[in-house]
Structure formats: C-alpha cells, structure tokens
Design a protein around this ligand. Sequence first.
Ligand code: HEC
Ligand code: HEC
Length: 307
Amino acid sequence: MTRIVVFLLWIVLPPGPLFSAEPLLPLPPPPAVSRDKAALGERLFHDPRLSGSGRLSCASCHRLESGGDDGLPLPSVPTGPYPHNTPTVFNAVFNFRLHWYGDLHSLQKQALVALQRDMQVDWMRVLKRLRADRLYPRLFKPLYGIIDADGIIDALVTFERTLVTPNAPIDRFLRGETAALTPRQRQGYRLFKQYGCSACHQGANIGGNLYQKLGIFGEYDTRDPGRFAITGKSEDLRIFRVPSLRNVAVTAPYFHDGRVETLEKAVALMAEYQLGTRMSKEDIALIVEFLHSLTGHYRGRALGDMP
Ligand code: HEC
Ligand code: HEC
C-alpha cells in the first residue's frame, strides 16, 4: 500500500530537489588558502619573466578578464602549433584530472608542465631575475624563505585555487531559487537531463569528473587518438576527460581541437555523436539558453561582463 502511495506521489508531484536527486550540484566554496601566497601567485601568473622568451605569462593564454582561456581554436606554444584548445583555468581546481587527456593529477604537476612546455622556462635565469627583483625577495621571504621553483609553483597553484566562479544562475537555482533560471532555461535544463547530457556533464563542475569516448554513436572526425596517446591501450582510443561546462558560454571555440565555433554546433554534435539522436533546432536553442545559466562570477562580476 505505502509503495502505491509513494508511486502515486512520484507521478503526481512535479520533479523538484526534494524528490529527484539532481545530477548537478552547486559549486562549492573555494578552498581556504593563504591570502599572501595567493597574491604572490597572482603576480607570478601575470609575469612574463617566467617564460624563456620573456614575453609569455600564464595570463597570455588564460585571460582572467574573459573566460580564463584564450578565445583561440588552438594556441601556439613556443615550440610550435599545439593540437589542443586552451581550457579555462577557472574552476580547474574542481576537475578530477587536468588537460584534455586527463593525464595530469594535480595542479602542481600541471604548473610544472605549463612552465616547461608552454613557457619554455629557463629556471636558472628565472630564479636569478626574481632574486634580483625589487619586490619578489620581500614577498617570498616570509612565505617560503628563498625563491625557488617549488615556491613559485606553490604560489601559482595557491592562486589557481582561488579561481572559482560562484553565483551562476544555475547555482542559485540548485539552492532553491527557482526564478534564477528563466522559464526557457528551466526547459533547457529539463532537456539536458532528459536527453542524457547529465550522464557525462554532471556534479559540481558539470563535467570534469569522468573519462568518456568522443564518438560513441559514430566515428567523430578527428585524428586525435585521445588517451591512447598516454596509455597505448586500444580501449583508450578517442577517450577524453569530459570537460566542465561551467562558463562554457564565454569560452568559445569548443572541443579538444577548437574546431567547433558555436554552442549550437557543439550541442548538435553532442546529440549526434554522444547520444545517437538528432535534436530539433528548438531543443538545441533551449539547451543553449540553459548553458548560458552556467556563467559564474569572478571578483563580483559575471565572466562575460568583465572589463
Ligand atoms: C601558450 C599558451 C599557454 C600558456 C602560456 C599557459 N597555458 Fe595553461 N593550458 C594551455 C593549453 C593548450 C592547455 C591544455 C593542454 C592539453 O590539454 O593538452 C592548458 C591547460 C591548463 C590547465 C588545465 C585546465 C584543465 O581543466 O584541464 C591549467 C590549470 C593551466 N593550463 C594553467 C596554466 C598556468 C598556471 C600557466 C603558467 C605557468 C599556464 N597554464 C600557461 C595553454 C597555455
Ligand atoms: C557520453 C558522454 C557525453 C554525453 C552524453 C554528452 N557529452 Fe558533451 N562532451 C563529452 C566529451 C568527451 C566532450 C569533449 C569533446 C572533445 O574532446 O572534443 C564533450 C564536450 C562538450 C562541449 C564542449 C565543451 C568545451 O569546452 O569544448 C559541450 C558544450 C557539451 N559537451 C555539451 C553537451 C550537451 C549539451 C550534451 C547533451 C546533448 C552532451 N554534451 C552530452 C561527453 C559527453
């Protein structure tokens, strides 16, 4: 009897946070960090003297006044063209692995790779320069003692931990403020769940916590071997880390190779290759409106409206 009542309630009541476990979660608050280390890390993040050429900083490719990416299909790193689109640094702290292949397990390792590969760091020269600087020795002293690679990386990572973007309409909605999403965005969210997008793009970062194949229903047109390049196992061909969709409306272009220019196109390709279905223009439009509700705030401003 109780089972029948529960079942009747289940079909009569509209889905709501009380009755359905939401696949998306509000963004957690940023991890607590030392403010002084974060401030030092912010300075280093913007300092081109860390690069071999003296012209490139982390911020050259990860522009914090826009989406935390570079807006380009592909970056050019000092060694030549690089085959992967630059992801945002915002909320990277919440991803279970880093990079498109998800081969890096920590922000520390990532920062080292970024300094070496993307910036061609010459450690001897960088340390000499920073130690001779007017400001850096005074900033490093109380926090790390001397200026060395470990301290530089620790400060950079501490700053990256502060790069979170709370307060997106979706977060307010998930906390119970229904009107934070427009009626069309709510419809888009319903479709996002019904079609099964949330099977892969889920959790607090709306992605970033799984590996999945690109091209489950049909071979996606790319030469990129995916995680096969890391593991050499045939089952890893075309497997990528599922990207976070937070702030996706301000981080075009899309996909690992940056070939997809618009969200409409990205959603249509996802429907076709990941879910084996064709979506109507209207459903695509509704989901895209929903994706716009995933844009959060950094330092009090919505990402797209940054100065
Ligand atoms: C020349 C452009 C360029 C520069 C300079 C650069 N990056 Fe990146 N960054 C990239 C690209 C491209 C990727 C993706 C690499 C991949 O997946 O193969 C990336 C990935 C990342 C990621 C991983 C994000 C995620 O969720 O997977 C973080 C974090 C990051 N960079 C931080 C930094 C830091 C810190 C610096 C400075 C020390 C830096 N980057 C310098 C282009 C750049
Ligand atoms: C089976 C898992 C899976 C499903 C289901 C799925 N996605 Fe994806 N999604 C991925 C993967 C993997 C990528 C990365 C593609 C690449 O490597 O180029 C991605 C990329 C994206 C991107 C581009 C993000 C960026 O920063 O480049 C968007 C937007 C997106 N998905 C939206 C959706 C929507 C909307 C749906 C539902 C219609 C959906 N996805 C369904 C796995 C999935």
